[in-house]
Design a protein around this ligand. Structure first.
Ligand code: TXA
Ligand code: MG
Length: 322
């Protein structure tokens, strides 16, 4: 049976309602500064199981646990190495997820049976207030169907998760538009598991550390699967409109609008600003989906700073399989 989702604007009252739902073991979609999350109490296995069902997500894909205060780390993680603590000092709250050794009290369903847990403290005030009001950390993956594009507006959640959450909190378009950067610390070394809204070179520079890319063969996060973050349409990467012949398609350019009359054409950022491009990419993908467009031409962006995460999502969206 299809369940109707409650769709509600963020206010002090709706945040209280959302927290109540979470306390009763319900599931709430809420905005963060990166993308919308689909949240449940991190210590409630039954509630967390509902997330997997709604997203059609395989159980081998662990969730990120969101906290509202650095002190909450100690209820999730066994130990916080000083080098990792330095990263939390530098970048939290913000779009950085850290993989840490988990405490036994964190349910297996949340961590997919791993002995580690992914934690992040978002900077979005709405997320922080919700976690505080709930009184416990919130486990939340992005609020999309498995392997599809993450939502950056509440309407995207509503359109994808029809059989959905008990409540969708509408807090407008998310600020960053791309998921968090994921880092794992293991045997004294830092590994980057996913490029994201916090550019990896910024982390290296500010924290004076080296981030190692894990070998592709050893997939340690499903976000690293070749085909992930995909729109329904076929995505084709092009260098310019010369390579794009089908006018029924959408064309997403980096800076310069194409001259040809594609059914949908947009620039990620006319100023060439990567932050703006990141905030627009998924939003444009969702728009083309709404228009039922079957093919999307997309230009890559300069491969530096945030551009690495943007190109990563574009390449995965265009991947055929895997
Ligand atoms: O910005 C974000 O990170 C958003 C918002 C809602 O916070 N969340 C998000 O979650 O993107 P999700 O589930 O779509 O992606 C989380 C990634 C997954 O690819 C998962 O495999 C990885 O984090 N992950 C979670 N726990 C892990 C662990 N213990 N070890 C390695 N990877 C882990
Ligand atoms: Mg996701």
């Amino acid at each position: 049976m299809k369940k109707k989702s409650n769709f509600i604007k963020v206010s002090n009252k709706s945040l209280k309602t959302a927290a109540k739902i979470l306390k009763k073991g319900g599931v709430v979609a809420f905005p963060t500064e990166t993308v919308y999350g689909l949240g449940a109490c991190a210590f409630d296995s039954k509630a967390a199981a509902k997330i997997f069902k709604i997203k059609k997500r395989p159980f081998f894909d662990p969730l990120i646990v969101h906290i509202c205060d650095k002190s909450q780390l100690s209820i999730l993680s066994l130990e916080i190495p000083p080098k990792v603590k330095r990263l939390t000092d530098l970048f939290w709250p913000g779009p950085l997820t850290l993989i840490l050794k988990k405490k036994e009290s964190v349910p297996d369903i949340v961590t997919a049976g791993l002995n580690t847990v992914a934690v992040r403290m978002p900077s979005c005030q709405i997320s922080l207030k919700l976690i505080k009001e709930a009184g416990f950390p919130i486990a939340a993956p992005s609020a999309n169907l498995f392997s599809r594009i993450s939502p950056v507006r509440a309407s995207h959640v509503k359109n994808q998760l029809k059989n959905g959450p008990d409540l969708i909190l509408d807090g407008g378009k998310t600020l960053k538009g791309l998921e968090s950067t994921i880092i794992k610390f293991e045997k004294g070394k830092f590994y980057i598991l996913r490029e994201g809204a916090l550019p990896s070179d910024k982390i290296e520079k500010k924290a004076k550390i080296k981030l190692i890319k894990p070998k592709q063969a050893k997939i340690t996060a499903p976000g690293m699967l070749k085909k992930h973050y995909s729109p329904k349409a076929e995505v084709i990467i092009v260098k310019g409109e010369k390579e794009a012949g089908d006018l029924r398609a959408a064309y997403i350019a980096f800076k310069k609008l194409p001259l040809k009359n594609f059914k949908y054409k947009k620039v990620l950022s006319s100023k060439g600003c990567l932050e703006e491009a990141a905030a627009n990419l998924f939003d444009f993908f969702h728009e083309t989906e709404k228009m039922k467009i079957k093919k999307i031409y997309v230009e890559k962006v300069p491969h530096k700073g945030l551009g690495k995460a943007i190109n990563d999502r574009i390449i995965r969206a265009a991947a055929k399989e895997g």
